[in-house]
Design a protein around this ligand. Structure first.
Ligand code: COA
Length: 328
């Protein structure tokens, strides 16, 4: 039994925050942000809504597209670093909003590689024959964990969600072919939220010291992201004996245009073989890949039978790639 992506959807909030807007907030400018990252604007969710709001909207788009009812879903996996609440899992809030009565579910924290980890995990439930319809969602409200006074992080991130429906297929040629995933805890201190967990629970002091916001050593993360994402993207192609001519496109995690370019170059891909939407949304963490995938599908840039490589790098460090043949 193989796993295919049977539907893909996304949601982005209406409110935009442009590079110009940041010029009023911190010591930065449009030119710096554009040349260093490729980002022009990002979306920001209303203060009174949580990640599950976006996740459920993306999932509803998938249900509409695939014409299945919420009751048919067996399992909901939500990849996120910004759960609605620490407990319970955001999957529970998504289940409630979808009114999906016959499923179980859980959250998965794989940082910016979260969707890739969730896709690899979800596909195993299909391949074993245990489940028929698995919703895999990547969703993050990054605006809830960003310090808008810290120019080194605040310009990078935005809010969004993307979702796919996984189903079994007997067609040998289609669906998930392979994946490679890595985890290296030596990277933990370079990209983190220092407090709010069991090691350093929330206190007046942690709040006063801004320890509940994302902290990143950008230069170190950049260096590891460039080599990690480029190598693993090329590795999956070579391991499966595919060349740059066989690949229809790379759908990379969107953290920085320069990281994406390095991966594309290592794979020998042309610019038109890379799906890029970072200028519109910035880094939406677990949402970047399903969001880019959904837009590419809507724009008919990917079609049935196309070989697609997905790759990501994020907190942990965690990184990886997944190869699939598009099935719809
Ligand atoms: N506007 C203007 N200047 C800024 C700035 C901003 N928003 N943010 C940082 N700077 C300054 C820095 O303070 C530094 O100044 P200094 O040299 O006087 O100390 C200078 O710009 C260069 O900073 P540096 O960190 O070397 O820039 P960079 O080229 O590495 O780009 C990032 C910074 C964050 C864009 C880049 O490091 C990056 O993309 N990192 C990885 C992000 C990533 O993949 N994260 C993973 C999440 S999955």
């Amino acid at each position: 039994m193989r796993t295919i992506i049977a539907g893909v959807g996304h949601f982005v909030p209406d409110r935009k925050l442009s590079n110009k807007d940041f010029e009023e907030m911190v010591d930065t400018n449009d030119e710096w942000i554009t040349t260093r990252t490729g980002i022009k604007e990002r979306r920001i969710l209303d203060k009174n809504k949580g990640t599950s709001h976006m996740a459920a909207k993306a999932a509803k788009m998938v249900l509409k597209q695939t014409q299945i009812s919420a009751d048919e879903i067996d399992l909901i996996i939500v990849a996120t670093v910004t759960p609605d609440r620490p407990v319970p899992a955001t999957a529970a809030f998504v289940q409630k909003q979808l009114n999906a009565k016959n499923c179980w579910g859980y959250d998965l924290n794989g940082g910016c590689t979260g969707f890739l980890c969730a896709l690899a995990t979800g596909s195993q439930f299909i391949e074993t024959g245990r489940h028929q319809k698995v919703l895999v969602i990547g969703a993050d409200k990054m605006s809830s964990i960003i310090n808008y006074k810290d120019r080194t992080t605040c310009v990078l991130f935005g809010d969004a969600a993307g979702a796919v429906l996984l189903e079994p297929s007997n067609d040998d040629g289609l669906g998930v072919e392979d994946f490679i995933l890595h985890l290296d805890g030596l990277g933990a201190d370079y990209l983190e939220i220092p407090a709010g967990g069991s090691l350093q629970p929330a206190s007046r002091e942690t709040v006063a010291q801004n320890l509940h916001f994302v902290y990143q050593d950008g230069r170190t993360v950049f260096k590891h992201a460039v080599s990690g994402m480029a190598e693993v993207s090329a590795e999956i192609m070579e391991k499966n004996k595919l060349t740059n001519k066989d690949i229809k496109c790379l759908i990379p995690h969107q953290a920085n245009l320069r990281i994406i370019d390095a991966a594309a170059k290592r794979m020998g891909l042309n610019p038109d073989q890379v799906v890029i939407n970072i200028s519109k949304y910035g880094n939406t963490t677990a949402a970047t890949i399903p969001l880019a995938m959904s837009e590419a599908y809507q724009e008919r840039k990917i079609r049935k039978g196309d070989w697609i490589v997905i790759s990501a790098f994020g907190a942990g460090f965690t990184w990886g790639s997944l190869l699939l043949k598009w099935a719809i």
